[in-house]
Design a protein. Sequence first.
Lengths: 228, 404
Amino acid sequence: MISPRSIAAPATLIAAALFAGQTTFAATPQPPDHHDMKWRLAACATCHGKRGQGGGHGTGVYPRLADQPAAYLYKQLLRFKSARRTGIPPVKIMHRLLANLPASYLQLIAAYYAAESPPFGPALPRDKARWRQGRDLVRNGVPREGIAPCTSCHGANLEGEPPGVPALAGQYARYLTIQFEHWAQGARHNAVHEHIVQTLTTPQIQAMSHYLASLRPAAPAPSEEKSK
Amino acid sequence: MKWFAAVLLAFGLVGSACAADASLVQRGHYLTHLGDCRACHTEPGRAAFSGGLPIGTPFGVVYSPNITPDKKTGIGDWTFDDFYRAMHEGLDKNGDYLYPAFPYPSYTQLTRKDVKAIWAYLRTVQPVQRENKPNTLRWPYSMDSAVRVWRALYFKPHTFQPDPKASATLNRGAYLVRALTHCGACHTPRNGWGALQTEAELAGGTIPVEGWYAPNITPNPYIGIGEWSPEALKSFLTTGRSERGDALGQMRDVVESSLQYLAPEDLTAVIAYLQDVPAIGPQQPIAANTAPAIDPDKPPLGMTLYGKHCAGCHGDDGHAKRPWYPDLRDSAVVLSPNPTNLVLMILRGGFQAATEAQPYPYSMPPFGFKLSDKEIAAIANYVRRNWSRRDVPQIQAGHIATLR
């Protein structure tokens, strides 16, 4: 990670030594503990919930952040900060909120949500045909189109693969579908997902989101029999 | 042994020359912070000083140039005299006019010695090859002759002249505020041509395009900083926080990238000067608050919404519940005759300033997409009129719509 401050490092050794010795403030303050972080992140809680459970006013637009790998969250925060990740208006708010925060704080924010594990909300009513279609796409991919199953990167139970790959199980369907729209529009960048969105139809993507949202981690994937 | 002494002497000379350079660079680094050069000359996520930041003006967009010492795209092939001319006269290396989005109407007052230090520092930053983006100003502002006319009317190169009758502290403060930290660039109102209205220096202005209001910072007791304690001013300038409210919008950025680095003696000088400039604004006490008392059995909409959305942090009585949350009762943000910043804060929310002393700031949620114009106006009027000693004008819902 390159910070502007490190880029501005002086060219000469003498100047470098000089700045190394220049401490305007006595000591860097202690980072807040986990409990204290909750008080600092009121701006995030409005949409993502106090414990990162997401959902946001019942819309499902705002993702669940809890239980996600800290490194993944941190990377996304950096991308919002630099406006590399954009999208629908609520995403643009992210840039405005984070633009002035130092990377050290973004790391703490990522760690805060990664360590939270609030209960999942009740799963939404299941549309059986869509759910089956989604399960097939998620678990088997579309080999003839070069689309691998989601499980090959996001984990056999779709609970994510730390450090870099997020959990999908139990994520909000609306959020997941919107992300594919963002990859299609170039608001997010990832070759694998761009290929998926260029190849699959919107109903197929919605079916995958529908299936993923129905899953609950730390338990075996619900079987079709039980859903009957 | 003579050669030995000569070598020693030579080393000694080189050593002291390096030390002199180093202290010049260090001084330049400090002055560059105070001039806040990096804020405009750095695009988020890009190398420091490599330019490309779009700066909105009422006349179109100006892109800050690359001022790293890159020879091709930066100012690597400039001489100090070229640089001084840019800062003092607002002309680039080729003698072309620079747009006054670059605050040379303030920097012109800098001493040549200080410009030399800034130059020495900028020579030490990492050279970055990055082409400048052309400005996208609308006609006729895009014409060279437009800038020429503007300069003839509003700009005359001059260096700061200390007032022999004022103290050294006041002179230092005047130099910092007027030349280097260019407070007036936002806090002095501008006329239709974007020129600073010098007769209303520091009396408050709206920041073009961004919309935040840079309040009156003259010592007027009613609408300026006249009732602020030096401690509140000190805290506000260096941490972005005070008993009178927090630094919001661009001021938060200025605290973060510039003012937090003010040396103690310079901070004292800035405050002394601001408390000494002519107080602009109402000279008579503002009428007492005439807002009708609230019947607790029939709470108005603003009170109900405040209790639901705001009191959790700011307290039922406007006294914050935690030390880092801002008090609303005496907040200059809340009580300002121009309610823009209060409304923008409710709409957009955001984090407090992130400084070296407080890198993990607290934050407020954005309510813009949750509450209607009418609801936000009701909350703003409640916090403005419920606790104030003085009369505060009402905000209309229509005004909220213009700020979204």
